[in-house]
Write a protein that binds this ligand. Structure first.
Ligand code: GLA
Length: 707
């Protein structure tokens, strides 16, 4: 006999029908109560010329019961027990305890023929409306079960008929693509051994033409830093679903009797206000449940040395850079790659995590002391999972490389990956990192990871799963030993950005591309899930090192200041004028970071497709950035109609930033640019604010204060 489990959050309902298998009947707007006739009103007909029974789209769909699309579980016992069919044996639900802030249901299902047990956990977070789901499989038989796949499945309603997925590459992360979602589907498979630039594990489905501000949207993210498979399918009967889980390599999960395998968490979210509703909910969930900063001080402004000096480390010069950084208002100074023995270029020394005394004859202490004297914290770059062939570590322990014997393995950035499941190697890495953090006054590590896993073998067996878990253990162990130290997750820029790594780190390096125009797109894609305070965003040199494109300081400054801000250049070599501008943007960031790093982010659907309009607000204030990405579509700009204001409130409206050079496309500017306006919510919403004509690749910021 079926019964319903109704999980509710502040705005949403998740109704699960618990019969032979659990099936979600509704995931969306809040339903006050379940009607007695719901069972009858949702009964499906059975179509001609197909199976004679109704096949539920369950939380773990089964091939063996007639689900002809991707099943939730695949595996076998030496060729047997390969099409399991489950029956629910136990349901535990907490649907009343609002105080606990999360309502949840756990379903235990059994297949007594294949001798497998499934546990499906699903939670709904009260404040953010975010759903979390994971599945555990246990081998109840007395022989090994070869698990090929275990995924989390969440259904979509039939009116979700458009997909937005992500793609990317180095220096070009978080790019999005739209496609119709009516028949067939979409699948991404990540075999790179890290979260990857190419296959960011996130996707959206929604009603046709869903946009930043409009439409019904369902969003999904898999919290996992290894391989994954993520797909969205429309069955031939029109029902549709998203499915995500770890992509297991051959033999990667062989379950001994009584052993279990658990999927990563799949996070999901619904919105009836377009992508804004998704981003605000995910960001709130991440703030409330995932991010764990060691202190609640404001996020410090960074200077990172990489693009300033690369491998050319001279302590006296670095101290000069630190002096200049301090004057500009920088609060954390990070020495990037190049500080350890023999690291004069990218071909050598990874693994030898000892200070290069040839470069730093007086040690690192005088540099750190100097940085601290300028009022800044000190941070250091490391890439613990890697080894260069030309290193003492490799010469002493060639067998510590993650690989397969008997094959040649291509290097990547001239380096190899270490086998973290090798306990000696793990202990060596922990002791080196622990020693650095104990010896020096370091409060921040930039933890890099610059290549993919090509032959991820541990004792000959596929080992991405084990390697990923060992990485988590290594970071956890270090966090436990040094709870005051913050860690940035970097992987050639944004190659390892996901929620499971964020549970143990504090910032992401979004991209190696500091080109402000590229960054507008990269940061937009990233912001659908992650709040600005974990999105590393730096002002780079006027001529961008990764694209050779030039941008004004206005475009660079405005783009960087909406994240966790930093600068990445050599301040000693910059002109007084540029330095003055860096100080200006750093000060602007500090003035507004209380809103930036705790407010609600939003985006607007621009009338001009060549604009990117985004902002952040709290109950009293709002900041809106208008960035002109390319030539304006029309000669005159469309008024900025601000929908997220209160109709009856009055607002003080002031421009806080605009291009510093003269405007080329405009000979007379609107007078209000130099004034403070008082406007009411309904005027701002319905009539809007007339903007100046922005030149391509320039930006302005408007500040609104509720009176
Ligand atoms: C990677 C990072 C960069 C920098 C270099 C150093 O590419 O993404 O930010 O740290 O490594 O080698």
């Amino acid at each position: 006999m079926s019964e319903f489990i109704h999980l509710t959050s502040k705005n949403h309902s998740l109704i699960i029908k618990s019969g032979r298998v659990p099936e979600i009947l509704h995931w969306g707007a809040k339903i006050a109560s379940i009607d007695e006739d719901l069972l009858l009103s949702t009964e499906r007909p059975i179509s001609q010329a197909r199976l004679d029974v109704d096949v539920p789209l369950s939380l773990c769909p089964e091939l063996g019961s007639g689900h002809f699309n991707a099943p939730g579980v695949e595996g076998h016992r030496d060729g047997l027990d390969w099409a399991p069919v489950f029956n629910t044996t136990r349901v535990e639900a907490n649907t009343t305890d609002v105080e606990a802030n999360v309502q949840q249901a756990t379903f235990v299902l059994e297949d007594t023929v294949a001798k497998l047990e499934l546990t499906v956990e699903i939670k709904l977070d009260y404040q953010s409306d975010v759903v979390q789901k994971r599945v555990t499989i246990t081998n109840k038989g007395d022989s090994k079960y070869y698990l090929n796949k275990l995924s989390s499945t969440l259904p979509l309603p039939n009116h979700a008929n458009e997909l937005m997925t992500f793609h990317g590459r180095w220096c070009h992360e978080f790019q999005t693509q739209r496609q119709r979602f009516e028949h067939g589907g979409f699948m991404q498979e990540n075999r790179r051994g890290r979260t990857s630039h190419e296959n960011f594990p996130e996707m959206f489905a929604g009603t046709q033409g869903f946009s930043e501000q409009q439409g019904l949207v369902w969003g999904f993210h898999l919290g996992w830093s290894g391989n994954h498979q993520m797909r969205a399918d429309v069955r031939s009967d029109g029902r549709r679903f998203v499915q995500a889980g770890e992509l297991l390599l051959a033999g990667e999960s062989i379950l001994e009797p009584q052993a279990s395998y658990q999927t990563p968490w799949l996070f999901g979210c619904y919105s009836n206000s377009g992508l804004n509703g998704i981003a605000q909910r995910f960001q709130q969930f991440v703030r409330d449940n995932i991010i764990d900063f060691p202190t609640d001080k404001p996020r410090p402004v960074h200077l990172n040395t990489w693009e300033g000096i690369y491998f050319d480390h001279k302590p006296e010069y670095i101290m000069q850079m630190a002096t200049e950084a301090g004057v500009m208002g920088v609060e954390r100074f990070i020495i990037d790659d190049g500080w350890f023995i023999g690291r004069d270029g990218e071909r050598a020394a990874l693994g030898d995590w000892y200070l290069d005394e040839a470069k730093y004859p007086n040690g690192l202490e005088p540099v750190i002391d100097h940085v601290n004297q300028q009022g800044m914290e000190f941070g250091l770059w490391v890439e613990p999972e890697m080894v260069s062939q030309d290193s003492n570590l490799y010469r002493n322990h060639p067998d510590w490389v993650l690989g397969l014997q008997g094959y040649h393995q291509p290097s990547g950035r001239w380096q190899y990956v270490l086998d973290l499941q090798n306990s000696e190697c793990f202990d060596y890495l922990f002791s080196r990192l622990d020693d650095l953090l104990t010896r020096y006054n370091i409060t921040y590590l930039k933890w890099d990871m610059n290549r993919e896993l090509v032959q991820p073998g541990h004792n000959g067996k596929a080992a991405v799963h084990g390697q990923t878990q060992a990485l988590y253990r290594l970071v956890d162990q270090l966090n436990e030993a040094h709870p005051e130290v913050e860690i940035e997750s970097c992987s050639s820029g944004g190659g390892r950005i996901d929620l499971e790594i964020l549970k143990r780190t504090h910032r992401f390096w979004a991209s190696d591309c500091n080109d402000a125009l590229e960054r507008q797109a990269i940061q937009k894609g990233m912001s659908y899930f992650f709040p600005p305070e974990v999105m590393g965003a730096h002002i780079g040199p006027a001529e961008c090192h990764s694209t050779n494109r030039r941008h004004s300081i206005n475009m660079r400054g405005v783009t960087a200041l909406m994240g966790h801000m930093g600068v990445e250049l050599d301040p000693v070599k910059e002109s007084q004028e540029e330095k003055k501008a860096f100080s200006h943007y750093i000060a602007l960031h500090k003035r507004f970071r209380h809103i930036l790093h705790s407010g609600r982010s939003f985006r607007m659907d621009p009338a001009d497709k060549n604009q990117n309009i985004y902002g952040v607000q709290n109950d009293d204030e709002m900041l809106i950035t208008v960035c002109q990405l390319a030539m304006p579509d029309h000669a005159l700009p469309s008024p900025l109609r601000i929908s997220c204001v209160e109709d009856n409130a009055q607002y003080k409206v002031k421009l806080v930033e605009m291009p510093q050079t003269s405007f080329q496309l405009m000979k007379q500017r609107p007078q209000w640019l130099d004034k403070t306006l008082t406007l009411s919510g309904d005027n701002l919403k319905e009539i809007g604010l007339t903007l100046p004509i922005l030149d391509p690749e320039s930006a302005l910021i408007v500040h609104l204060e509720k009176m």
